[in-house]
Each structure stands twice: as C-alpha cells, then as structure tokens.
Design a protein around this ligand. Sequence first.
Ligand SMILES: Cc1cc2nc3c(=O)[nH]c(=O)nc-3n(C[C@H](O)[C@H](O)[C@H](O)COP(=O)(O)OP(=O)(O)OC[C@H]3O[C@@H](n4cnc5c(N)ncnc54)[C@H](O)[C@@H]3O)c2cc1C
Length: 466
Amino acid sequence: MSSNRLTFDVVVIGAGPAGYTTAISLAQQGKKVVCIDENNCGGECLNHGCIPSKAFLNAAKAYYSLDEMKAFGVNVSKKDFDMKALQDWKGRRVVKKLTSGINFLFKTKNVEYLKGKAFFIDKNTIRVMSAENGMIDIQTSYAVIAVGSKFKTVSDLEPDGKTIFSPKEILEIDFIPETVTILGGGYIGFELGFFYLYLGKKVTVIESMKTILGELDEDLRILVQDSFKKLGGEIHTSSTFKEFKNSQVTFAVGGEDKQIDSQIILVSVGKEWDFKPLRIHKLDNLRLNENGSIAVKETLETSITGVYAVGDCNGGPLLAHKAIMEGTVAAESIATIGNKPSRKRLIPYTVFSEPEIAYVGMTEKQAISKGINYHLGIFPNSALGINNIIGNKIGFTKIIVKESDSTIIGAKVAGKNASILIGELTLAIQKKLKADELGKIIHVHPSQAEAIQESALSALKQSIHY
Ligand SMILES: Cc1cc2nc3c(=O)[nH]c(=O)nc-3n(C[C@H](O)[C@H](O)[C@H](O)COP(=O)(O)OP(=O)(O)OC[C@H]3O[C@@H](n4cnc5c(N)ncnc54)[C@H](O)[C@@H]3O)c2cc1C
C-alpha cells in the first residue's frame, strides 16, 4: 500500500475471530475488503484468550494426570513444572503459529491487512494511524466494527503483571505463585483457577453473587464446585472484596471480615465496552445497548445503514464461536443485498473446568420458567465402557425432551471432551430431532459418543446399559 487514500468495498475494524471471519467470508464472495488491527491478528481469542488459556490447561492437566496414570501401570516421577518452558511453547508453537496462520489466510484469500489504529471520520471514511504507513484515509461503502470488549477493572487493583493480573496478563506470567485469589466466579476465572489447582497450588475464588458460574443448571454447577474443592480450592460466594495488601486479601462475608494469604490476585469480574477510541460520535445515532455494547439487528447491521457490528462488541455471549458465526452472517448480509440472514442460532456453551461441562439449547431452569413440561434422558459416565478406560467416571450426558412430542430441546454433558460431544447434540436440537430418532443412530463402540445415543434411549425408558 503506498497511497494514503484508498478505496474498498468493505472496511473491517478488528482482526479477532469476528473480524477475520467477516473479512475472509466477504473476500470469498468477491468483495474488495481490508481488515485493520492495531495488534497482531487473531484478537483476544488467539493472543490472550481461548487458545493460550487452553494451552495452559492442557499442560497442567497432563502434569496432574501423571499421578492418575499410576493406576494403570505408568510410573513417572513428577518433577517441577517449568513455567518458562510452557510460556515459550505457548508463545512460539501455539500462538505465533496460529496468528501468523491468519496473516497467511488473508494473503491466500485476497484480504488486504493493515496494521494500525482505526477510527471513524464518517460512516464511509475510516482513518488508520499506522506505524509503517503513516495516516491513511479509506473510503468504503460498508464498515464492520469488530473491536471486541475489554476487561472490567476494580479500583486499587490495576493489573501490574507482578501481583495483580487480569486474565490477559496472567497468560504471560513466567512464575508459579503458591497462593492465588481469583475475584469473580465466572467461567474464565474458574478455568484459570483449575490451572493452578492442577499444579497443586492454593486457589481461592471470591464471588459477590450467591452462586458461581452464572445461570447454570444446578447439577452442572455442583460438579464443578465439588471438584474444585476436592482439588483443594476454596469458594466464597456472597462475598465482597475489600483489600489486597502485603500478600493478604481481605473480604467480607456475612458481615464479617476474613483474611487469606495470597501471592497474586486475578481480577476476572467481567467485560465492558469503550468505543471512544473508535470515535463513534462521528456516527450520528449509533445506538448502544443498555450495557454499553453496540445494538444490532439480526443481520448484524447497526442503527446506521451500511455499518455493522460483530462479535464481542455487540454484547453477549462473549464467545469466539459466536463471533465467528456472526462474521459469516454479516458478510452474507453485505455481499448478497436483499438477503436477510439471521444470527439467531443455537450457541453451545463450554466451561473447560474439571470435569469439562457443556450445554446447549434450553436449560432445565428455562424450561421450568417457560412452563414447558419435559423429562430427562440421563446416562452417567461411569456406565460406559470407554469411560472406565480413560478415567472419565464423574459426570453424565443428559437430554431435555419435550413431554408433548419427544423433541429434544436442550442437552448437557459433563466429563472429558464435553466440548466435542455437545456438537452432535447441538445438531440434534437445531434439526429438531426427537429422542427416538437420535436413539436409532449407531455410534462407534467403545467411544464416548455412545452416551449420546444412550441418553436418548433413556428418555424413552429404553436405555440398554443403565
Ligand atoms: C482467558 C480467556 C479464555 C477464553 N476462552 C474462550 C473459549 O474457550 N471459548 C470461546 O468461545 N471464547 C473464549 N474467550 C472469549 C473470546 O476470546 C472472545 O469472545 C473473542 O475473542 C471475541 O472475538 P472478537 O473478534 O469479537 O473480539 P477480539 O478477539 O477482542 O478482537 C478485537 C480486535 O480488534 C482490535 N481493535 C480494537 N480496537 C481497534 C481499533 N480502533 N483499530 C484497530 N484495531 C482495533 C483489537 O486489537 C483486537 O485484535 C476467552 C477469553 C479469555 C480472556
């Protein structure tokens, strides 16, 4: 790029999962598109979110599993866990490989990529301040905002990368603290909490709400809670953080102050939005939601014609797979004028905890509150052959079936690979399958997938192995 005035069909601001998917999908549909990011491609997900956190969890779980392997004859003596080696591997072999993969995809799929900070001059003009190319003004027919969200902070707890961390900074840590306090009992806090528990460290979660992990069904919550405690973790709900000083955390619970030793504190209290750097005041009447995210229609168009918002920046659920889906919907909406694709899809949820949990469709709580009569198909992990081999005896597969016509309306899985198993159940619900249709599908033996068939049979009171 040499000129400081460029013209594109579409400008996408942000190269996270939402932005890079929109850009690639638009290019595939013949649009001239530029994707701009002030940081490395891949956004939060690849650089300091989904991917690095799972790299951490995978390594710590492998370390933890060495003890379990003794039961079937693998005797490996546990040495120290090398945090610097993990950081090196995560940085070079995982994050760098995947983020440069996005750059490669941009090249091969004809997406122009520009590194720089972007902001609006008006809805058809976006200015980019680029270290390499200086100031560039881009004329465009469409703009797609894909700038993500940011972590909420707590006063007096500004992340310093030494003793105070956000979920972003903690994924760059190069030492292993003995004691960790996590403010916030959401899924990110818990995943990072399990990382330290697998390494044998003391972890305490302080949550202001009555329960952890938001709106989960109770059976899933109890499993996570119990295993967290079994691994030595502590959970304090209905608790208010007061102070972190001299390696001590003070919090109030039931009108009483409590103190715990804590080498570091992780602040994971949710996300918020700040669109001032984007200068959205230049876009007259860009409507925001009550929580500060950008309001969108089902097509992902904002209140301004030709301006779209995808991924975290338009509100929850703040998940990469929701962001990716929205990228394709926005691209289709822009590329095929007149077509009105919708983002209304089932979104599966996973918590990479111990055990891993996943759910999709209607929860039991939602079914009850909507007055829907349902029954459950239940299959416990311990009843399945493969689970006794791979050490996956805690947990279950449950499907929620509408009483009136046996349609599967919800599903939940707890145990190893729940994130994979929920895929088939998402398909079943999306396609409005009935329990007997799912129950007739042959699944490989021995495999964890058998639990899906068995839970469908259980809903019909025809389970074979339970
Ligand atoms: C620890 C952790 C674990 C997670 N685990 C999971 C998980 O397991 N599964 C899951 O689905 N989700 C997970 N998430 C959430 C996931 O990372 C986000 O939902 C996802 O990255 C959102 O994608 P996005 O493209 O909307 O935004 P982002 O990924 O945040 O990308 C936004 C991009 O916009 C760029 N940008 C912002 N402003 C400008 C500007 N003015 N000019 C140029 N560029 C700009 C930013 O640099 C960034 O690259 C996790 C998050 C964290 C923190």
